[in-house]
Design a protein around this ligand. Structure first.
Ligand code: PGA
Length: 262
């Protein structure tokens, strides 16, 4: 069976002006040009998610195999949905990957697991890759409900999805309390939870399906902790917020992942 893909993805959230993006890529591209393997295409899929309006400039400014992904998508096609963006429109701008269910969209835009499912399906219909974010709150973590919460999120999101569709999805495990807080679960917890997520997919589908799904970790990933997180066999990459805003830091994390996940 093909090896699972490894991802290093930056989530810029609501940050960066056009000029910021210009100087970001000047620096990032320069770094990239020193690493032929990454520039020409290694097995690592790497890139950043700017805001919608910055997708086109980012596509023009990026170099090498950098991908530009979107932070969210509407679950339905064209219609009377003010403020929304359709998967087809993202494709028009060569976007092939998109986050769905990020905890900030769950919190501020009231995105539910059912909506995550419709968004996932909308992306799959356009042959795009959904990066489905799941994770427990601090209260749920402290009450030791993490596994139940994740299982519930996955079960609702994947309901009615075939295994052929599920293998095209990526899961990002992001504990809510780790996002932007500087705190992370222990390395052992990350390993156990990511491998349990794979177990949950296996129970919903089968082992073969579960083995093909890349599972990323996100939440306070930094240059200092990324090696310990990424060396876990069930962690297939990283979703990085704050630390991806600096091109040098993001590049360093990318190189560390390349070194340990070859
Ligand atoms: P953080 O954000 O790395 O700043 O914690 C991660 C995310 O929200 O995806």
């Amino acid at each position: 069976m093909e090896q699972r893909k490894i991802y290093v993805l930056g989530n810029w959230k609501l940050n960066k002006s056009f000029n910021d993006i210009l100087s970001y890529f000047q620096t990032f591209n320069e770094q990239l040009k020193k690493d032929n393997e990454l520039l020409e295409g290694s097995s690592i899929i790497y890139g950043v998610a700017p805001t919608y309006v910055s997708i086109q400039p980012a596509q023009t400014l990026k170099a090498g195999k950098t991908i530009i992904l979107a932070q969210d998508v509407c679950g339905v096609g064209y219609g009377a949905y003010t403020g929304q963006i359709a998967a087809k429109q993202l494709l028009d701008y060569d976007v092939k990957y998109c986050l769905v269910g990020h905890s900030e969209t769950r919190k501020y835009l009231y995105v539910t697991d059912q909506m995550v499912r419709t968004k996932t399906k909308a992306l799959l219909e356009c042959n795009m890759t959904p990066i489905i974010c799941i994770g427990e709150s601090l209260e749920q973590y402290e009450k030791q409900q993490t596994y139940d919460v994740l299982n519930n999120q996955l079960t609702i999101t994947f309901k009615t999805l075939t295994k052929e569709q599920v293998v095209k999805c990526v899961i990002a495990y992001e504990p809510l309390w780790a996002i932007g807080s500087g705190k992370t679960p222990t390395i052992v917890e990350i390993e156990n939870i990511c491998s349990s997520i794979r177990g949950m997919i296996a129970r919903l589908y089968d082992d073969e399906t579960a083995k093909q799904v890349s599972i990323l970790y996100g939440g306070s990933v930094k240059e200092e902790n990324c090696k310990d997180i990424i060396i876990n066999p069930d962690v297939d990459g990283l979703l990085i917020g704050g630390a991806s805003l600096d091109p040098n830091t993001f590049f360093k994390i990318l190189q560390i992942v390349k070194q340990w996940k070859k």
